[in-house]
Design a protein around this ligand. Structure first.
Ligand SMILES: *[C@@H]1O[C@H](CO)[C@@H](O)[C@H](O)[C@H]1NC(C)=O
Ligand SMILES: *[C@@H]1O[C@H](CO)[C@@H](O)[C@H](O)[C@H]1NC(C)=O
Length: 276
């Protein structure tokens, strides 16, 4: 349930410090929970999640494959000059904290087509490696040959997680929401004919049955299983559309492409090998 009038009243209330009395009026509407979906990420959770910042604005999300390599969507990096991009790691806010790094190189899948979701992946190499002895920075794991099957649900982290009606696209603190992975049949009803012809490269997640209609605007954000193994990158967050469906590029068919690029960029300072 969402009560826009309570939202407006609550915002005004904060301005004039009437929070306590009005809080009671709105409490029954469950406003706090429906305004922004999911929950806040803990400080030491999803330490592989990074913000891709373009001229001081949040452009996209990404994940750390190594201390100097970020996995994200092709869409996020294709048309941008890497000189204008920065990566913030080790912070649950995209604006401050953690470690900020300049970008040295970018590469995206050669078959990427902006109208499709099947090859929407790309990588950034950082100019200087992140310092992994500092707090809240770590690499994500990718699926291994033993676990190539998609999980039944995924966790998606992002700053753009919001409820359908919240009309709010950014949260200050990283959030996480759990979504169901839809069957191929359901997923295909959201895809173009071209995407359906590459359906194995895509999966869809969401939770249409819930009152709390969640969506995620963070393109490039990782979709991970309960053990933090990344299966997808968010390709289309639905922009809180009425479809309530998030489209992810499936990483499983792309593992060898990712491995090849990561190995080509392998630096001397790498301390982990997440691509198993
Ligand atoms: C990494 O961070 C630790 C802890 O803050 C610091 O002691 C160390 O000097 C840093 N290493 C580099 C290479 O900056
Ligand atoms: C969201 O914001 C836009 C533009 O500010 C407005 O036109 C629209 O009606 C709003 N939607 C909701 C559900 O409040």
């Amino acid at each position: 349930m969402y009560y826009p009038q309570c939202n407006v009243v609550l915002r005004l209330a904060i301005g004039v410090l009437l929070i306590t009395s009005l809080g009671r009026v709105c409490a029954s509407s469950d406003n706090a929970r429906s305004k922004i979906a999911g929950r806040r990420a803990l400080e030491n959770e999803a330490n592989w999640h990074v913000a891709i910042v373009h001229e001081k604005h949040l452009k996209c999300s990404g994940s750390l494959l190594r201390n100097n390599i970020v996995l994200t969507s092709a869409e996020c990096i294709k048309d941008l000059d890497i000189l204008d991009l920065k990566i913030r790691a080790g912070s649950k806010t995209f604006k401050r904290g953690g470690q900020l790094r300049a970008v040295a190189e970018k590469v995206y899948h050669p078959q990427y087509n902006p109208a499709e979701h099947s090859y929407n992946i790309g990588l950034l190499k950082l100019k200087r490696s992140l310092n992994f002895t500092q707090d809240n920075v770590d690499t994500v794991r990718l699926p291994t040959a033993k676990r190539l099957e998609l999980p039944t649900s995924v966790f998606v982290y992002g700053w753009g997680i919001s409820s359908l009606n919240a009309n709010k696209t950014l949260t200050r603190h990283l959030r996480v929401a759990k979504y169901r992975v839809y069957s191929e049949d359901i997923c295909q009803s959201y895809l173009s004919a071209k995407d359906i012809s590459n359906a194995e490269n895509i999966f869809c997640v969401g939770d249409q049955g819930k009152d709390l209609e969640i969506c995620n605007d963070d393109v490039g954000a990782p979709a991970v299983n309960k053990n933090g193994v990344q299966y997808g990158t968010i390709s289309f967050g639905g922009k809180c559309s009425s479809q309530k469906t998030i489209i992810a590029t499936n990483l499983v068919p792309h593992l060898s492409w990712i491995r090849e690029k990561v190995n080509a960029w392998r630096g001397q300072n790498d301390i982990k090998t997440p691509v198993e």
